[in-house]
Design a protein around this ligand. Structure first.
Ligand code: 5GP
Ligand code: MN
Length: 348
């Protein structure tokens, strides 16, 4: 039986679109994480293997080395930073576009205008707040789920060729779905619902090797990651009187530890283990801005903080955004003062 967040009329319309279209582009958000890559890979794999479609993943930036292996070998993906013209040509040639794990095309940054200019019908499968429904012919959107990977899993189960049997999913797609759900729940720590355990149970029964998934995700980092995370917790963590913990990974620190993209994933969660901490913010220095990660305990809204103070959004307790200079702050050195102000406003 379909779960209540799966709209059966939407399934019928999705199935009809898939049947009719030949050239499909699957995309997801900038700086793709495990859920973005897991869901996008699983859908490309399903479309190619089960529906025999010309489906390609088109992403606005190359995945970090830490999550790149989530895309199964041989599955076609294009990245706008390394192959801009091929991405634009592909979008222009597509007769269906599917966005996963993002609530609108603004999350595809450099590819936003190409997607918005495309006359092809669009499908959205996402779990963030405030979906841009009007841009899409078919929308599956609920925040009451672990991940885009979980939502896609239940959409795929309803399609006639899968018919509710997870064993009919191609093995690489099943594994990518379990991987995406595992990363977005922080290995079953957050946003876990009865449907999440059901999905995990079904996929294990269908033969996904969870030990291998965990080993690939969590036991293959470089030493740099552990050292910089230790340094930032020991030297770099500040806690305001209101209960905001913040860390600022400046260019100096990132260079000193030779940190690569993706190597601080998960660090922002650590301060929430302290009793008096209500919210945690990690800033990572980029060219003219800090990338911002926010996590909060129940009762405090990371999402409102990201929207109001950092041009961002996301989920109630896990959000992100950006902090620019010279627009938001005079320069990187002013970040700490800005965070002290955010603390007083957000945690009153
Ligand atoms: P993370 O801290 O892991 O980068 O992101 C946490 C959540 O916030 C993710 O669901 C992500 O999609 C969302 N998020 C991160 N950065 C942004 C942003 O700049 N804008 C919006 N709207 N959401 C973001
Ligand atoms: Mn997600």
């Amino acid at each position: 039986m379909a779960l209540d967040f799966i709209d059966i009329d939407g399934i019928r319309r999705l199935d009809a679109l898939l049947e009719r279209c030949t050239t499909l582009t699957v995309t997801t958000h900038t700086h793709p994480d495990g859920d973005a890559l897991g869901s996008a890979s699983a859908f490309v794999c399903y479309l190619r293997e089960c529906r025999k479609k010309d489906a390609v993943g088109v992403l606005c930036d190359s995945p970090a080395a830490t999550v790149r292996p989530i895309i199964p070998d041989g599955l076609p993906f294009l990245f706008h930073d390394t192959d801009p013209q091929a991405c634009l040509d592909r979008i222009a040639a597509s007769d269906l576009v599917i966005l996963l794990d993002g609530n609108g095309f603004s999350r595809t940054e450099g590819l936003q205008s190409a997607f918005e200019a495309s006359p092809a019908p669009k499908v959205l499968i996402d779990h963030h707040l405030n979906p841009e429904r009007e841009r899409f012919e078919v929308v599956f959107s609920t925040p009451d789920i672990s991940s885009a990977s979980e939502l896609l899993y239940y959409v795929l189960l309803e399609l006639p060729d899968i018919g509710g049997d997870a064993r009919r999913l191609p093995a690489p797609a099943a594994r990518a779905l379990l991987t995406g759900m595992t990363t977005d729940t922080n290995n079953f720590a957050n946003s876990v619902y009865p449907s999440t355990f059901r999905m995990a149970s079904d996929l294990l029964a269908a033969g996904v090797d969870r030990d291998a998934v965990l080993a690939d995700l969590y036991n293959r980092y470089r030493e740099n990651r552990v050292r910089v995370m230790g340094y930032l917790q020991y030297e770099g963590m500040h806690i305001t009187p209101e209960g905001l913990a913040y860390m600022v990974a400046t260019r100096d620190i990132l260079d000193r530890f030779e940190v690569e993209d993706g190597e601080t994933e998960g660090l922002v969660n650590v301060p929430l283990s302290i009793e008096r901490v209500k919210m945690s913010i990690l800033l990572k220095q980029d060219r003219d801005h800090f990338r911002v990660s926010i996590r909060s305990k129940k009762g405090w809204s990371a999402q409102q903080c990201a929207t109001r103070w950092f041009h961002g959004g996301g989920h109630e307790n896990a959000s992100g955004g950006k902090l620019f200079w010279p627009d938001d702050i005079a320069g990187p050195a002013e970040a700490a003062a800005y965070l002290e102000k955010v603390s007083k406003e957000c945690l009153r």
